[in-house]
Write a protein that binds this ligand. Structure first.
Ligand SMILES: Cc1cc2nc3c(=O)[nH]c(=O)nc-3n(C[C@H](O)[C@H](O)[C@H](O)COP(=O)(O)OP(=O)(O)OC[C@H]3O[C@@H](n4cnc5c(N)ncnc54)[C@H](O)[C@@H]3O)c2cc1C
Length: 329
């Protein structure tokens, strides 16, 4: 649970490339476990490792990195998703506490988390510079889980709406300085998108393996269906798309580990790998014919799970926007 966190913080001291390999392997078997895992690691844990004080790392990052506690990250709101900085949640200073009010939407792990990083406006006049991040303890500080959504896939990963109604946190729960919240968000998403790319590559790999094996077992017209050009080409194209997605993901992870600017590369990897996951899973259903449409066979689950990868941590349309901006368009 703490693969990329330093050993000093209770983590495994691995790098992002290692973390991407773990995320991929989880995705190959269960997209839902993979999603809860990457939300915990990239979004709930790593911002505390990166931006927290020594005391915050000890109290909040260590149990997350050791897998004793579960993390979450709350940016999205009912009326602000892609335009995430346009948030309504506010945090007002009251003595040595902050009082947080607002609603957060689609928060992975929120109902099982021991800490949630909540984004809130501390200065309404300051635009991007008026957003701050707070470490909220659901048990001590209290917020209401309004909804745990039924979804088309990823059903072992809880997705929640939470309401913060006069939630009071001590001032030492501010992560970094007041107004750092948006820059922290952009840096967090650079890393988060690499983990979604890795998870997508894993989903594609799982769907591909099912399709490849089925295509050599299933016989029609007296021969394995893999011997028909149309089926063989579908499986070959899966292999091609997965290798491309994996290379982009590993390139982004390597650049992240080297400390360079990864905004373009992480968006490219996420855009490409999530599309590959959906396309590969769809073709895996096709290779399975009628059986592929039943819930007894895995491809339909990969297909349903893969769709989220084109939505979460910035939709594909937003990845185009980010890449275009990075290209100076
Ligand atoms: C299962 C799941 C887990 C999630 N986990 C978390 C989490 O842990 N923490 C968290 O904070 N959030 C989480 N999210 C929220 C997720 O990041 C948002 O749903 C996503 O960013 C899209 O926002 P939205 O749903 O408000 O869609 P909208 O922003 O309303 O977008 C609707 C459509 O409009 C398009 N669109 C919007 N703006 C533009 C534009 N400028 N140009 C072109 N097209 C545009 C979008 O691409 C999309 O197709 C999760 C969501 C899901 C479904």
């Amino acid at each position: 649970m703490g693969v990329p966190a330093p050993e000093a913080c209770g983590g495994a001291g691995g790098d992002y490339l290692m973390y991407a390999a773990v995320a991929e392997e989880l995705g190959r078997v269960s997209g839902a476990i993979g999603l809860s895992y990457v939300a915990h690691t990239s979004l709930g844990l790593m911002p505390i490792v990166k931006f927290g004080t020594e005391a915050q790392k000890e109290e909040w990052a260590r149990p997350l990195a050791r897998g004793e506690e579960m993390g979450a990250w709350a940016l999205t709101e009912p009326s602000s998703g892609s335009d995430a900085s346009d948030m309504d949640t506010v945090a007002e200073k009251d003595g040595d506490e902050y009082v947080i009010n607002g609603t957060k939407q689609f928060i992975t792990n929120a109902n099982v988390a021991n800490s949630v990083l909540v984004k809130a406006v501390t200065d309404a006049e300051a635009g991007y510079g008026g957003i701050s991040t707070f470490i909220v303890d659901p048990e001590q500080d209290g917020f209401e889980v309004v909804e745990v959504w039924d979804k088309m896939g990823l059903n072992a990963s809880p997705t929640c709406e939470i309401k913060l109604d006069n939630v009071r946190v001590p001032e030492d729960r501010l992560l970094g300085e007041e107004g750092d919240g948006w820059d922290q968000t952009k840096a967090t998403l650079d890393g988060g998108r690499i983990s979604i790319a890795a998870l997508s590559t894993g989903l594609a790999q799982g769907a591909f393996e099912a399709a490849r094996d089925y295509s050599t077992d299933r016989e029609q017209f007296g021969s394995p269906i893999s011997k028909f050009d149309a089926v063989r080409d579908m499986v070959v194209d899966m292999d091609r798309k997965i290798e491309r997605a994996r290379l982009l993901t590993q390139k982004a992870a390597t650049m992240y580990d080297e400390g360079g600017d990864v905004t373009r590369m992480s968006a490219l990897a996420k855009l490409d790998a999530s599309e590959a996951a959906r396309e590969v899973a769809e073709d895996a259903v096709q290779v399975h014919g009628g059986y592929g449409y039943t819930t007894d066979f895995a491809p339909q689950r990969f297909y349903r799970d893969a769709k989220l990868m084109e939505i979460g941590e910035g939709t594909s349309e937003i990845q185009h926007l980010v890449i275009g901006r990075e290209l100076g368009l």
